[in-house]
Write a protein that binds this ligand. Sequence first.
Ligand code: NOJ
Length: 581
Amino acid sequence: MNRRNFIKSGAALTALAFFYPEKILGGAKVMAAENLKWWQKSIVYQIYPKSFQDTTGSGTGDLNGITQHLDYLKKLGVGAIWLTPIYPSPQVDNGYDISDYTAINPDFGTMKDFEKLVAEADKRGIKIVMDLVFNHSSDKHEWFLESKKNRTNPKADWYIWKDAKPDGSAPTNWRCFFGGGVWTWCEERQQYYMHTFAKEQPDLNWENPEVRQALFDAAKFWLDKGVGGFRIDAIPYIKKPAYVDGTPDGKDGMVAVHKMTVNTPGILDFLHEFKDKVFAGHDIFTVGEANGVSPEELKYWIGEQGVFDMIFEFSHVLLPLKNGEVFCRPTEWKLTELKQAISESQAATKNNGWYPMYFENHDRPRSPNYFFKKDADKVKAAKALATILLTMRGTPFIYEGQELGMTNIDWDSIEMYNDIGSHTQFDFALNEGFTVAQAMDFIKFFSRDNARTPMQWNDKTNAGFSSGKTWLPVNDNFKTLNAAAEEKNSDSVLNWYRKLAKFRAENIELTHGDYKLILPSSEEIFAFSRSVDGKTLITAVNFTSENVALPLELSNKKIVLSSEENADKNSLKPLEARIYK
Ligand code: NOJ
C-alpha cells in the first residue's frame, strides 16, 4: 500500500495519528493580489490557554495572561489568535470535552475577561478565533445528562444511542481514537452511546435539527462577541453512516472508527446549513480540521463552492510516523517526501481555497525534534522550519513556543504524562508486544504533552509562567531557552521569527506569489520560489547537519536574508535557511 492509500485506509489513525491525512490535488492560477482577504495576509498564532500565562497563581494559564502578552504577539506580526477550547470542561481531553458552549471555563477567567481580550486584541489589529468542538460534547454537558436519563426525555435523541446486539455486545466493532470501542453502556437507558473519542466525549446527533440549531446558536453567540473566525474540530465525523462492523485492523478485533465514519455521504448538507446559518456574511475565516477529503472533493469543502475557507491537511505531519500501526512510533522518511506532500497541498489550493501552513499544534511533538535527526542543532532546526513556514504560500500558523524553538520533554515515566492520548498510545504499544522501555520511547517521541508544557517566558520560577504549582511540569531547559533570553539575543529563534514576519509583510511575493518547487529531487535542500507581478523570491533550506554545495541556479542569485552570518554564496551551512531575490 502506498502512503496515500495507507493514509486513506486510516490504519495510521487508529490511535492518535493525530489525526488526519489525505492529499489534495488541484489546478493552477496566480491569485490576483487585490483579491486576498485579511486572513490570507495574516499570521495566526495558536494559544493553548492552559499553558500560556497564569496570572492568579493557580498553576493554569488564563485569559488575562493572554491579554498581558498581546504586545509580544503584535511584535511577532500576529493578525489572529486561535484559542484552543476555553469553555467549561471537565478537562478529560483538555477542553475538547465541553460542558457549556457559551460560557468561559472559570479556571481561565470570566466572560468580562474574554471581552477585554477581544477588545484589547482589536486595538492591536488582532482577531480572536474560537475552537468549535461540535462532533461531541462532554458527558457532563446538561444535554447529555438529560439525554441519558431515559428514552423519552426531550433530549433523548440528541446523542447517538443504540441497542445492544442480541448477544448483548456493542452495536459495532469500531475502535475510538482513545482506545477501546466507540460504544459505552449506559445503565439508565439500557443502551449504548457512541463516542468517536473518549467515553467522556459522547457524539452529538447531527441528524436531529434541534441539535444542529443549538450548535449554530452557540457559534453565533461568539460571533456576537466579535470573534474573527473559527477552527472547527473533528468535523468530518459528524455524519454517521450505517452501523455495520468493519474488518478488524488490530489485535483487539476492532477497526478504526475513522475508516468507518469519516466524510460519509450527506455530510455536505449539514456543512452547507452550518455555513448558511452561521458563517455567511461575516468577515471571518473558518478552518476545518478535516481529514478524509479527497482531491476530487476538495472543491466542495473549501473555496468558492465550499463550506470552509481552509482545511488542515495532514500528510506532511504524518511523514515521520510508521505506517500501518495502531500507535505512533518513528520511521525513516525522506526530504523529497516532505517536499512532495507540501507541494501537492500547494497545488491543491492554488486555484481553489487556501492553505493553512503549519508544523506544530497542540496534537504534535515539537517540530525541531520531530522533523530532524536526534543530534541536529535544535536552534538552527527551528529557524529552518520557520523560514519555510513564513515564506510558503498560505496562512502560516505558529503554535505557542514554536517561535522560541521550544523542544520536546523527555519524561521517563508514563505517570508523568497528562495527555489521555499518551496513555492510550502506551497501552496500545504494550498490547502489540513492545516492552515498557520501547513504549516509553514512542511516548517521548510522539506525546502531545511535548507541546503542552508551559510557555517559557524567562529563567525565573516556573519559567515565569506561574507562581503556583503548574498543571504540567515546565520543560527542564527553560533556564536557557526562554523569551526573555531570546529577546536580548539578536541571533535567537524569536528574533529570526520576527525578522521573517516583517519580511513577509513587506514582500508581496510571500503573501500573493505563486509557489514553485526548485531542486525537486534533492534530499538535502528544500528550495522553492514565490513569484508575482514579475518579482520572485526564493527560499532555500539545508535539512542536513553538513555543508551542502549549491547548484549554479541558486549560487548566482542575490541573498537577501540568511539564518547564518557570513553566508557563502556557493554552499549552505548546516541547517542554514536563506532567501534570495
Ligand atoms: C482534535 C483536537 O485537536 C484534539 O486535541 C482532540 O483530542 C480531538 N480533536 C477531539 O476533540
